[in-house]
Write a protein that binds this ligand. Structure first.
Ligand SMILES: *Cc1c(COP(=O)(O)O)cnc(C)c1O
Length: 397
């Protein structure tokens, strides 16, 4: 079993990945890369991370056999990897705890992060409260206005939220502001990046910290069924929960992997955020990946019912899986995700995040076509409490 691709220098996955950044950022990234090289094989670091994942976040998360849903669909057996049961309600904490502990080991006094809808910001602020570190979260002013409750959560946790008022005042501008801070202050500041994207070494670091999902799921399904699963299904925004599930199965060629992209309201540019389906290879935000690019050559505006999937690119490792055919990527529309959100809630009493509902929606289509003894593992990346208000507006007008 291989948990990791053989990565060439500076994090290339085939032609994807790399480190396309201005010289002033290279030093900051290399500083992180060097520290990570040491820490990844340091047993005391891995023990400490294991301790917090277990005692603080509640790992291992269950691999739950959704029997009623499976029966209703009349085909394959569906198992849910319950990342929604993590502390703070999603898989994001796996990565954030890992990076915050790295920051501590590296002697950083300050942690910074970017956030769009606020989920990654809240997870980072949580880890900083736990580890008693100063935390600054960059957030587009437009997003901060829409997500006032998450801004308040971060402040309660002791973080400072910086409203970014340049450009479109969204995630893109928040990333730019965080990178600028990082380039200037890397000797004292650690940048906690939220998904398996960005320049080397971040996609490797995030993949490794999220791979706990796939390692657990692999052992759990072998114990429950005595065989490997037929399919793995996960939603893809930047791609961290999906690569965390997929990577430990990379070498198991009989296991098929499906990444579910946000199909939004249609296939035209601007109507979705499905970079691996509709995008082209391009360099954005310091790395090469499939990306949705506008006529002016810059990342195009995107839309999705799920804020956490609303990103114009996808991680370099997914781009490589897509180019080589190791994984398949499909789109799920806003409407299908909204429907799956309700189907799972009623069938199993589990309210999924709208992001995770994209993976559930694909499983609803896939399972009936398969035999009863086949197995589909769906990554339930997060819980849907955060989305209840939005869904109420959508359903009741
Ligand atoms: C942020 C988020 C995602 C998308 O991020 P990935 O890096 O693609 O995993 C998916 N699900 C939930 C619940 C999230 O909060």
């Amino acid at each position: 079993m291989s948990t990791k691709l053989s990565v060439e220098k500076k994090g290339f996955f085939g032609e994807f990945g790399g480190q396309y950044v201005p010289p002033e950022l290279e030093a900051s990234l290399n500083h992180v890369a060097e520290a990570y090289e040491e820490l990844r094989s340091d047993p005391s670091f891995q023990d400490e991370l294991g301790y917090y994942l277990r005692e603080y976040s509640g790992r291992p998360t269950p691999l739950y056999h959704a029997e009623r849903l499976s029966q209703k669909l009349g085909g394959a057996q569906i198992f849910l990897k319950r990342e929604d049961l993590n502390h703070t309600g999603s898989h994001k904490i796996n990565n954030v705890l890992g990076q915050a502990l790295m920051a501590k080991r590296m002697g950083a006094k300050r942690v910074i992060a970017e956030t769009g809808a606020g989920q990654h910001g809240v997870a980072t602020a949580t880890a900083c409260a736990l580890l008693d570190m100063e935390c600054v979260v960059y957030m587009g002013a437009h997003d901060a206005d829409r997500q006032r409750l998450n801004v308040f959560r971060m402040e309660l946790l002791g973080a400072k939220v910086v409203r970014v008022t340049t450009g479109g005042q969204r995630l893109k501008e928040a990333v730019d502001a965080a990178l600028e801070d990082f380039a200037q202050n890397y000797r004292t500041t650690f940048y906690v990046l939220g998904s398996a994207v960005g320049p080397y070494p971040y996609p490797d670091i995030v993949r490794d910290f999220q791979s706990v999902i796939g390692r657990e799921a692999r052992a759990q399904i072998l114990e429950k069924t005595g065989k490997l699963p037929d399919y793995l299904v996960a939603c893809v925004g930047g791609g961290s929960n999906a690569i965390g599930l997929f990577a430990p199965f990379y070498g198991d060629s009989e296991v098929r992997m499906v990444g579910c992209e946000p199909g939004g309201t249609g296939s035209a540019l601007g109507q979705n955020a499905a970079a691996l389906t509709y995008g082209v290879p391009a360099i954005i935000h310091g790395f090469k990946c499939y990306a949705l690019i506008g006529e002016d050559g810059t990342p195009a505006p995107t839309t999705s019912i799920a804020a956490g999937l609303d990103y114009p690119g996808a991680g370099p490792e997914h781009s490589f899986y897509r180019a080589t055919g190791r994984a398949e990527y499909v789109t799920v529309s806003d409407e299908e995700a909204l429907d799956a959100f309700q189907v799972l809630t009623k069938a199993e009493g589990i309210i999924p995040a709208l992001e995770s509902a994209h993976a559930v929606a694909h499983a609803l289509k896939l399972a009936p076509k398969l035999a009863k003894n086949q197995v589909v593992i769906v990554n339930l990346s997060g819980r849907g409490d955060k989305d209840a208000d939005q869904v109420l507006q959508l359903l009741k007008g």
